[in-house]
Design a binder for this molecule. Structure first.
Ligand code: SAH
Ligand code: SF4
Ligand code: F3S
Length: 441
C-alpha cells in the first residue's frame, strides 16, 4: 500500500487545502504515514506571505534531498502559494531537480493525475495554472478535526494591499455558490460537526461576483438554519467591507459566535493609505465601537504589521495608541517583509531592520499585557465550551473552546468530545484559560 505525508505551511486556507489533498490521495488508494521518512509520497503545501515561510520550505527541501538519495522511488510534490510564483518554478528546476512535481493553487485538484504521470514518465513536472475559471466542487475532503470544520466560501482576493502577495498567488475573488456551501455544511451537521469556520481572504465581500445578488450576511442567515451546527465562525473580515447590515445580522443570529478577526494592520492614517487598506483609524475605531455595542463581550483579534515603508516613529506611536484603545483579545504581529512583485517592495524609505525589531518588541510586550488582562477577566465566569479533544500541548488534559474562540484546558474524559459543557474558569495564561467542569445541580 502506498503511503503519503503532507507538510502544511501558512494560513487556514492552506490547512483546508491540505484536507482536500489528503481526501484526493486517500481516494486514489494512499494511506497516511505519520513519519515523513516512511512515506512514499511527500506533499509540501507552501506559503509565501513572508520570506521566513519560504525559507522554511527551502530548508525542508534540502533535507528531503538527502532522504531521496536513500529512497529513490519516493515522490516529492510541492504545491501551495509559493509554487504559484514563476520564479519559484525556475528555482526548483535548477536547484532542486529531485522535486518531482510542482503544482499551484489553481490546479490542486489535478494532483492525482500529476502523480500518475510522474510515476510513468519519471521526469520532473512543473504544472502551475495561471488562474482558475471555475471552482472545483466535489473534491473529496479528509477533515483533520472531528468537531470543528473549515468550509471555504470564496477564493482569491481583489484588494491588492500594497504589501501583500496573496492576490498574485490566489487569483481574483471567486465566491462559491450558496447551494454548494449549504450542502457541504448540511452534510457536516449530519456527520456530527458542531462548529464551522467559513474561510475567505475577505469574507465580507462574499457574493459580489454572484448573480442573483447574495451577500455574506444573507449567507450567514442560511447557515444559521442548518441542523446540528451550533457555532458559526468566519475569517477574515476586512474592516472596510464590514457593513451595518452584517453587524445587525450577527447580533440577531444565535449561532454566529462572539469573535471577530478584524485585521487592522496599522494605526496611522498615512500608512493605512499607503497600504491601500481603504479605511482610516477613525473608521476602524468607530467600527469596533459599533461591533462592541451590538455584541457585548465580543472577542476581537487582529493582525498588525510594523515597519511598512515610510513608517515613522509618529506612525508607529499611532499603532501603539490604537492597540491601547481597542484592547484586542490577541493579535498576530508581523514585521513588514518585502514581497517580490508587490508595490510596497519598490517603495523608498524602507525601514531599517533594527528599528523594525525594536517596534515589534514594544508591540508584542504591550499586546501580551493586554491579552493577559483580558484573560484574567474571564476567571470566575462559567462559560459554555465545546470540547474538542486532548490538548495538543498536554495530552493528559482536555481542550475546549469558548464561543469567543478562547481555548480552555480542563480535566475531563474522552467521552466529552463533541459535547457542550459549562466550564468554570479557574486560571489563565497568554495562550489559554484553565477551567473545571461545573458539577450538575
Ligand atoms: N486576508 C487577510 C490576511 C491574509 S495574510 C487580511 O486581509 O487581513 C495574513 C497577514 O499577514 C496579514 O493580515 C498581514 O498582517 C500579514 N502580511 C501580509 N503580507 C505581509 C508582508 N509582506 N510582510 C509582513 N506581513 C505580511
Ligand atoms: Fe492580502 Fe489585503 Fe487581500 Fe488580505 S485583503 S489577502 S492583506 S491583499
Ligand atoms: Fe495563506 Fe500563505 Fe497563501 S498566508 S493564502 S498560505 S501565501
Amino acid at each position: 500500500m502506498q503511503t503519503y505525508h503532507i507538510i502544511t505551511f501558512g494560513c487556514q486556507m492552506n490547512e483546508h487545502d491540505s484536507e482536500l489533498i489528503a481526501g484526493m490521495l486517500e481516494n486514489s488508494g494512499y494511506v497516511p504515514a505519520e513519519d515523513q521518512h516512511e512515506a512514499d509520497l511527500i506533499v509540501l503545501n507552501t506559503c509565501c506571505v513572508r520570506e521566513t515561510a519560504e525559507n522554511k520550505v527551502f530548508g525542508l527541501l534540502g533535507r528531503l534531498g538527502k532522504l531521496k538519495k536513500q529512497k529513490k522511488d519516493m515522490v516529492i510534490a510541492m504545491g501551495g502559494c509559493m509554487s504559484q510564483q514563476e520564479h519559484i518554478g525556475q528555482r526548483i528546476k535548477q536547484r532542486f531537480p529531485y522535486v518531482d512535481i510542482v503544482f499551484g493553487t489553481h490546479n490542486l485538484h489535478t494532483l492525482p493525475d500529476l502523480i500518475a504521470q510522474v510515476c510513468e514518465k519519471k521526469q520532473q513536472i512543473i504544472d502551475v495554472w495561471r488562474d482558475s475559471k471555475e471552482i472545483s466542487e466535489n473534491v473529496p475532503v479528509k477533515r483533520f478535526h472531528g468537531v470543528r470544520a473549515w468550509v471555504s466560501i470564496m477564493y482569491g482576493c481583489n484588494n491588492f494591499c500594497t504589501y501583500c502577495i496573496v492576490p498574485y498567488v490566489r487569483g481574483r475573488e471567486r465566491s462559491r455558490q450558496p447551494e454548494a456551501i449549504i450542502k457541504e455544511i448540511t452534510e457536516l451537521g449530519k456527520q456530527g460537526y458542531k462548529d464551522v469556520t467559513l474561510l475567505g481572504q475577505n469574507v465580507n465581500s462574499y457574493g459580489k461576483d454572484l448573480s442573483p445578488g447574495m451577500d455574506f450576511a444573507d449567507l450567514l442567515v442560511k447557515i444559521n438554519d442548518v441542523q446540528g451546527i451550533e457555532r458559526i465562525r468566519y475569517m477574515t473580515s476586512h474592516p472596510r467591507d464590514f457593513s451595518d447590515k452584517l453587524v445587525e445580522t450577527i447580533q440577531n443570529l444565535p449561532k454566529a459566535c462572539e469573535h471577530i478577526h478584524l485585521p487592522v494592520q496599522a494605526g496611522s492614517n498615512s500608512i493605512l493609505q499607503k497600504m491601500n487598506r481603504g479605511y482610516t483609524r477613525e473608521y476602524y475605531l468607530s467600527l469596533v465601537e459599533k461591533i462592541r455595542t451590538a455584541l457585548p463581550g465580543v472577542s476581537l483579534t487582529t493582525d498588525i504589521m510594523v515597519g511598512f515603508p515610510g513608517e515613522t516613529d509618529a506612525d508607529f506611536a499611532d499603532t501603539v495608541d490604537l492597540v491601547r484603545r481597542v484592547e484586542f483579545d490577541s493579535a498576530f504581529t508581523f514585521i513588514y517583509n518585502k514581497r517580490r512583485g508587490t508595490p510596497a517592495a519598490k517603495m523608498e524609505e524602507q525601514v531599517p531592520e533594527e528599528v523594525k525589531s525594536a517596534r515589534i518588541q514594544e508591540l508584542i510586550e504591550l499586546q501580551n499585557e493586554i491579552t493577559l488582562r483580558k484573560n484574567e477577566i474571564e476567571t470566575g465566569k462559567i462559560l459554555e465550551c465545546l470540547v474538542e479533544g486532548p490538548s495538543r500541548t498536554n495530552a493528559s488534559v482536555m481542550s475546549a473552546r469558548t464561543r469567543t474562540n478562547k481555548i480552555v484546558v480542563f480535566r475531563g474524559e474522552q467521552n466529552m468530545v463533541g459535547k457542550f459543557l459549562p466550564l468554570c474558569i479557574t486560571g489563565y495564561s497568554l495562550t489559554h484559560l484553565e477551567g473545571e467542569v461545573v458539577p450538575a445541580q
